[in-house]
Ligand binder design. Structure first.
Ligand SMILES: [Zn+2]
Length: 711
């Protein structure tokens, strides 16, 4: 396959693969929201390896093959280094593959044909591997697998999993790490997603991700609300092993109170191993949990020890994976759906086809890149696949190679007609019509009135949806015209004089809104709460902001990236232009300026903006005063303050906002310029540095006193 490929094409494909694999790694590990099946992921990495093997001089700096396993994403949970590495397993995909494994083990141990070689067999649950460390029978630490060497501390979280004992019976080894899987049963997963659907929060792609997302929570209370389960299948560090065989230890684990696989068994012949695989396979649809294969382990522990490990996996165990369920059909159409955040998602409509007992009519095509990768167009014959509860995917395009125009991904939103654009390194194309796009509107309105934006009480999501359906709320400015509909609102069920009056009073109260809140409420991409405040601090008024955005837009048009100009100097140039036009010093660059320029480039947004703020011809509904940061007279005015350690009575954000109000600058790092360090419990290097620099250090109570005196 590689020899028909030009080097340029191969280099391009390697670049695409690096990008795709990195993206899927992040989706899987950091977001717990994979878009492709494990098999597809394997196919991507396999293709990458093939190309690299054929053309080693094209191996990239950022090649996925250089990644040693999956890195753990930035996470609020602290890291735990496993004393004994958590291994992965090699896979067999067929009876032959399994028989070869058995033969390999026999050869390695140099066993006579007459010698019995027993294996344990259990189903491989699709969960999240976890290591539980018990010292003197007490659970002292629970950690996720992570990359096998370093995982995340989930001790507080597993306290809410009833299957995991906090204490083991007397007589257990002094140190024993129990290893197993945290998982969620199918029914619990379905209920969780139903609830998420009703509340319009994040849905999980499959039970594995639901389990991972539920366990890896900074706030263990969230974990407590999720029905997680656990079963044990092995061990890590141990001061003593309770038995001479795998089956012995598993029996001991059961005796200590751990659930184990109900399908766990021990067999002595290869034929029995295969038969048990088939038995498990046929029970699979009826099990209350998702499994993705069967695991075989050499039963005798002395033999396990002799067999040892290959680089990542033990030589004494193998996973036999179930095949993915595939079928061939025709892709009849590609529809573009617009999500509530404006993301354009292509959906493939299929000629109905039965896959593993389920009729499939739709597949997700994810994004523009995926369509390009598959080279699909309506009318193509495709192979689709479903695995577990993952949304079916196209895995192969059988019509590929026939020369024709590629599928034209729309440049306009199919719902509102606004421009649809992708940012530089984003694979998603988004509708820029935020405020007028039907698909996004109610959500945007909710954001507009939310607590951190305009903070209008009494306009909940149900009311917004109802008013929207009645045609009363087309855009944010309509909120201010609700006063003309008082009688109509009163006529609706559930409204009384008082509640209508309260709502209208809450709206009137925000006729002169804070400009930064208003800007944040408009929901311009990349313009969050802090950015809004910084922009308004620099520019003073919203008309000045618009002028600045348009100045940047003009610069961008007149000074496009020159031919041959590398990305990084171009980016530096645009960042500088952003700083010059927006008048901001740090933190805000071309990304924000771009987003603002795009926002004002869209006439619909301008119409909404003018409807609210007015133009030459008409007055707007609201008139935010000149933006001023309210600064109180205080002893820290003009000083630089750093917060470190744990704050007990307020969040870090709140502390920073307080500093700002007191006229101080909150900084993230200690330097000679720092005037004051506020140190809570657990303060470390920053405290040491401040002390060595002779900087004044106070505790949280001291800070609270300064705030109280100023207020
Ligand atoms: Zn739209």
């Amino acid at each position: 396959m590689t020899d028909t490929l030009s080097e340029a094409d191969a280099a391009n494909e390697l670049m695409r693969l690096a990008r795709q694999i990195a993206r899927h790694d992040k989706l899987y590990h950091a977001d717990d929201a994979p878009e492709i099946t494990d098999q597809e992921y394997d196919a991507l990495t396999r293709r990458n390896r093939e190309l690299e093997a054929a053309l080693p001089h094209l191996i990239r700096e950022d090649s996925p093959s250089k990644n040693v396993g999956h890195q753990i994403a930035a996470s609020p949970l602290s890291k735990v280094t496993h004393e004994v590495r958590m291994m992965s397993l090699d896979n067999a995909f067929s009876d032959e593959g399994l028989l070869e494994f058995v033969e390999r083990v026999r050869r390695y141990l140099n066993l006579a044909d007459s010698e019995t070689l027993a294996f344990t067999v259990e189903d491989k649950i699709d969960g999240l591997s976890c290591s539980l460390r018990y010292e003197k029978g007490k659970l002292v630490r629970a950690a996720t697998r992570g990359d096998g060497q370093v995982g995340e501390d989930v001790t507080a979280n597993v306290a809410h999993i009833p299957d995991i004992p906090q204490r083991l019976p007397d007589g257990v080894p002094d140190i024993f790490e129990v290893r197993g899987e945290v998982y969620m049963e199918r029914a619990a997963f379905a209920a969780l997603n139903e609830k998420a659907e009703a509340e319009d929060t994040k849905r999980f792609a499959n039970p594995r991700n639901a389990a991972a997302g539920s366990l890896r929570q900074k706030d263990a209370k969230v974990t407590a609300e999720r029905p997680l389960r656990f079963w044990a299948h092995g061990w890590g560090a141990a001061s003593d092993i309770p038995g001479a065989t795998q089956a012995d230890v598993v029996a001991a684990l059961r005796g200590w109170g751990f659930p184990i696989s109900p399908l766990f068994a021990r067999f002595e012949t290869a034929q029995a191993l295969i038969a048990h695989y088939n038995a498990i396979s046929s029970q699979r649809p009826d099990l209350p949990y998702e499994i993705d294969g069967v695991v075989y382990k050499v039963d005798r522990l002395d033999w396990q020890e002799r067999l040892g490990f290959l680089s990542k996996a033990p030589r004494w165990a193998i996973a036999r994976k179930f095949p993915a369920e595939k079928a061939e059909t025709t892709l009849e159409a590609i529809d573009i759906q617009v999500g509530r955040t404006g993301k354009l998602t292509p959906v493939g409509r299929l000629a109905p086809v039965l896959v593993g007992g389920v009729t499939v009519t739709n597949v997700t095509l994810h994004n523009r890149d995926e369509i390009e990768r598959l080279g699909v167009r309506p009318g193509d014959r495709v192979v689709i696949q479903r695995a577990g509860d993952v949304i079916p995917q196209v895995v192969e395009n059988l019509t590929r190679g026939v020369p024709r125009e590629p599928f034209a991904f729309p440049h306009r939103c199919p719902v509102c007609g606004s421009e649809a654009v992708a940012e530089d390194d984003d694979v998603d194309v988004r509708c820029t019509g935020g405020l007028i796009c039907e698909a996004q509107r109610t959500q945007r309105l909710e954001h507009f009135v939310s607590r951190k934006a305009l903070d209008i009480e009494g306009l909940g999501s149900k009311t917004i949806a109802q008013f929207f359906d009645l045609g009363w709320l087309e855009s944010p400015a309509d909120i201010y015209r609700l006063k003309n509909r008082k009688d109509a609102i009163l006529a609706l069920e559930g409204w009384q004089d008082k509640s209508v009056d309260n709502l209208l009073a809450a709206v009137e109260d925000k006729r002169e809104p804070d400009a930064a809140r208003l800007l944040f409420g408009l929901g311009v991409r990349h313009v969050g709460e802090t950015t809004s405040r910084d922009l308004m601090k620099a520019l003073g008024t919203l008309p000045a902001l618009r002028e600045a955005a348009e100045a940047y837009s003009a610069y961008r048009e007149e000074n496009p990236r020159e031919e041959g100009e590398k990305v990084s100097p171009f980016k530096t140039r645009m960042d500088q232009a952003a700083k010059d036009t927006l008048g901001v010093s740090d933190g805000i660059g071309a990304t924000v300026a771009h987003a603002l320029a795009d926002f004002f480039h869209e006439p619909h947004n301008v119409a909404v903006w003018e409807d609210m703020l007015g133009n030459e011809e008409k007055e707007g509904e609201v008139s935010p005063p000149l933006y001023e940061v309210e600064v109180l007279d205080s002893p820290v005015a003009g000083k630089t303050v750093v917060f470190t350690g744990k704050l007990e009575t307020m969040s870090r954000d709140e502390a920073k906002a307080q500093a700002e109000r007191l006229g101080a600058k909150a900084s993230g790092s200690v330097s000679a310029k720092t005037d004051l360090l506020v140190a809570g419990p657990g303060a470390g290097s920053k405290l040491k540095k401040a002390e060595s620099l002779g900087i004044e250090v106070i505790d949280e109570a001291g800070w609270a006193a300064i705030v109280a005196r100023a207020g």
